[in-house]
Design a binder for this molecule. Structure first.
Ligand code: GLN
Length: 486
């Protein structure tokens, strides 16, 4: 087994169950590693060592009394700083919420606590999850553990970087347009965006409510299956939560063996794709062929409209969701305002960063009278066509295979033009618009040792199948045995 802080959740769960290690030992190893690397990586907005050790000791006591709560009991899991944990800061990496402490637990938090996980820290992200590099955080960017001069991706960059660095055994992020899968690809870990409605959004700070989903980052597909099983399930406090049986995803991995029919959407291999990434994905396709899978080219003809559609719908919903941060109901309150309107103006001007303001302005514009039909309503119609493209493809194939990102991790500060940043999401946003599950798994490295991610897109609520398809690839490769040198 690798060093404790780099071991997989499944390995550690087995060691804990066999009492070969204790949760306090494991948490201490993660704390020591974080102390050593965090000054360079800056994955966390908040890390409570004492609370983590307290949680670990409680886990050991349960286990000693024969009351272990299962594989997650005693495992340090970090949460993106948009997921509420009672009595911990909840900032969305924004000055607006810099002083906010959550009065309640998100549903996923309650579920992880019930499973015995040690929730040791709050992970950095782009402000209100808007971005693709974590550079939009009001508290400074996170660095990519594979190359500290580069971004970890975003918006859940802290969640991916902490895991790659060995500062957590698994983490949670949120994915509105790629924010789990793209940082997973940039940092060489597994990232799963579940089907819309599978995981409760109660207690997740809303960005674009019809697109947002919480999901796991993990070192292996099996680990992702374990965390997904713990957080999925119907929740009456989220009206979009779906009533469905939650299988034992890890057990299902053993029963689903393929061979599968995999579709290659031709629109995802065009201009702008980095040739090294293209080659790595071609090799993955060849690997599946060798496994006996049938590979078919498919078409998602409305792909060219994904970016525009996404940036209309996401900003419209964001402008509405972020209206509550007015310095009165929530958020930073400016000092010395003349009257109530001035208070709104000043509080929002001081509290929000540039990208958040840009999106609120864009979203307000597309929703305003006279423009609603031309932009928002039309985008909703195109969204239906985009979803239909995927469902048509699924008449022929079990899953789709694409690169996760057209480019590997770029340099901090390299993309100053918002449009260039938005283009990074070209392969991930269609999945959110269609509400589908998708996973990014490591599929190699560039010549300069930057991780590459392979995206597999599944059918609605067929996570068990998707995980099995991803694991079939993972089993034939050892990409996740490599760790960044820090
Ligand atoms: N990068 C995309 C955006 O900025 C996606 C973000 C996300 O998934 N939260 O909107």
């Amino acid at each position: 087994m690798s060093a404790l802080h780099h071991a997989t959740l499944a390995e550690l769960a087995a060691q804990l169950a066999a009492k070969k290690i204790s949760a306090v030992e494991l948490t201490s190893a993660v704390i020591a590693r974080t102390r050593a690397t965090e000054p360079r990586v800056h994955a966390f907005n908040f890390f409570d060592e004492a609370d983590a050790l307290f949680g670990a000791a409680a886990s050991d006591a349960r286990r000693a009394a024969g009351q272990s709560r299962g594989p997650l009991d005693g495992i340090p899991i970090g949460l993106k700083d948009v997921i509420a944990v009672k009595d911990q800061p909840l900032t969305a990496s924004s000055k607006m919420l810099a002083k906010f402490v959550s009065p309640y637990d998100a549903t996923v938090t309650t579920k992880l606590k019930d499973a015995g996980a040690v929730l040791h820290g709050r992970l950095n992200c782009d402000e209100f999850a808007m971005g693709s590099s974590t550079e939009n955080s009001a508290f400074g960017p996170t660095s990519n553990p594979w190359d500290l001069a580069r971004v970890p991706g975003g918006s859940s960059g802290g969640s991916a970087a902490a895991l790659a660095a060995g500062s957590a055994i698994a983490t949670l992020g949120s994915d509105t347009g790629g924010s789990i899968r793209q940082p997973a690809a940039f940092c060489g870990v597994v990232g799963l965006k579940p089907t819309y409605g599978l995981v409760s959004r109660f207690g997740l700070i809303a960005y674009a409510s019809s697109l947002d989903q919480i999901g796991p980052f993990a070192r292996t597909v099996e680990d992702a299956a374990l965390v997904l099983g713990a957080i999925a399930g119907h929740d009456e406090r989220d009206s979009t939560s779906f009533k469905t049986e939650i299988p034992d995803y890890r057990a299902e991995l053993k029963t689903r063996r393929g061979p599968w029919k995999l579709g290659i959407p031709k629109e995802y291999f065009g201009e702008g794709l980095d040739p090294e990434i293209g080659a790595a994905v071609e090799q993955a396709i060849a690997f599946y062929k060798k496994l006996g899978c049938e590979i078919r080219e498919v078409s998602l003809p409305h792909t060219q409209y994904c970016l525009d559609t996404y940036y209309i719908i996401a900003t419209a919903e964001a402008s509405s969701n972020l209206a509550r941060y007015d310095g009165i109901r929530y958020g930073h309150r400016a000092a010395g305002a003349k009257d109530i309107v001035d208070l709104y103006f000043q509080s929002r001007a001081e509290g929000f960063g540039a990208e958040v303001k840009r999106r609120i302005i864009l979203g307000t514009y597309v929703l305003s009278s006279g423009y609603y039909d031309a932009f928002y309503l039309r985008a909703q119609k195109v969204r239906t066509l985009i979803r239909q493209d995927f469902l048509n493809a699924y008449r022929e194939v079990d899953a789709l295979l694409t690169p996760t990102s057209p480019i590997p991790a770029f340099k901090l500060g390299e993309k100053s033009d918002p449009l260039a940043m938005y283009l990074c999401d070209i392969y991930t946003i269609g999945v959110n618009l269609a509400g589908l599950p998708a996973i990014s798994v490591p599929c190699g490295f560039t010549k300069t040792d930057l991780p590459i991610g392979l995206q597999l897109i599944g059918q609605p609520y067929q996570e068990a199948n998707l995980l099995a398809i991803a694991q079939a690839y993972e089993r034939g490769h050892e990409w996740n045995a490599r760790h960044p040198v820090l």
